[in-house]
Design a binder for this molecule. Structure first.
Ligand code: FES
Length: 247
């Protein structure tokens, strides 16, 4: 009976292990896509101390939308700060969303004086992922996609961890009560041996998942705000301007 239970757990764990491996690979791919623009916040939080703001003033659009004023504002804020530099820059290729400012490889769009001040405080104060400033259509789909994969992997890894414990318990139970019959005893020992091997693979996979999931933790805040924004937009569209009642 114990051996049957162990065999079932073995099969369930093996199939869940495959699912988790696929999920981890999918998350790795998604991370590779967001890494270039969010690396400094998510993957390398302890990156270089110096802060550089590049303001698009030489592109054809941003300068007509007030980027020179933002440049002056940043220069004033950065005055007397040795580790902060503000430079004029060419087109950042987000002209439709200008005026734009780049910091650490991330382009912040639709900049106003308020958003510029918030960006400055965030970057200089090293406050991490500036969620409200990054709600940008270019980044949104990839972030949501990565968050979706992160949650799926989190749930699957959780199930795998439960199977891991059950497998371990069942191996111990069976090892304590080995059948007296030689053939059955041999089969039980072989089942334990196979389960031990799988148990090791589960441990290694769970460890890999944990390491990977740690990398993208700040994304849930980002994705949460994006969902809120989408939901608000949806509400505005579905809510009729005026309720009318049929008499
Ligand atoms: S003109 Fe500023 S991003 Fe192109």
């Amino acid at each position: 009976m114990n051996q049957e239970l162990l065999s079932k757990l073995h099969a369930d764990s093996a199939s869940k292990l495959e699912e988790v491996r696929k999920g981890r690979k999918a998350l790795e791919h998604a991370i590779a896509r967001i890494q270039p623009f969010l690396s400094k916040y998510i993957f390398d939080a302890s990156a270089a101390q110096a802060v550089e703001f590049r303001v698009c003033t030489k592109g054809p659009v941003c300068c007509t939308r007030g980027s020179l004023d933002l440049l002056a504002q940043l220069k004033e804020l950065a005055a007397n700060k040795d580790d902060v530099s503000v430079t004029e820059f060419g087109c950042l290729r987000r002209c439709g969303r200008g005026p734009n400012i780049e910091s650490g490889g991330v382009v912040f769009t639709d900049m106003t004086t308020e958003r510029t001040k918030a960006l400055f405080d965030n970057e200089v104060g090293k406050k991490g992922l500036p969620v409200d400033l990054l709600l940008d259509d270019e980044y949104a789909p990839e972030v949501l996609n990565t968050e979706d994969k992160r949650i799926r992997l989190l749930l699957a890894a959780d199930e795998l961890a439960t199977l891991y414990s059950s497998l371990e318990d069942q191996m111990k139970v069976l090892a304590k009560r080995l059948p007296v019959d030689r053939t059955k005893r041999f089969l039980a020992q072989r089942a334990i041996l196979e389960a031990t091997k799988l148990h090791g693979q589960l441990a290694s996979e769970l460890n890999d998942c944990e390491e990977l999931l740690k990398k993208v933790v700040p994304l849930d805040r980002f994705a949460g705000r994006l969902f809120e924004r989408e939901f608000d937009a949806w509400l505005k569209n579905v809510r009729p301007k005026k309720w009318t009642f049929q008499s």
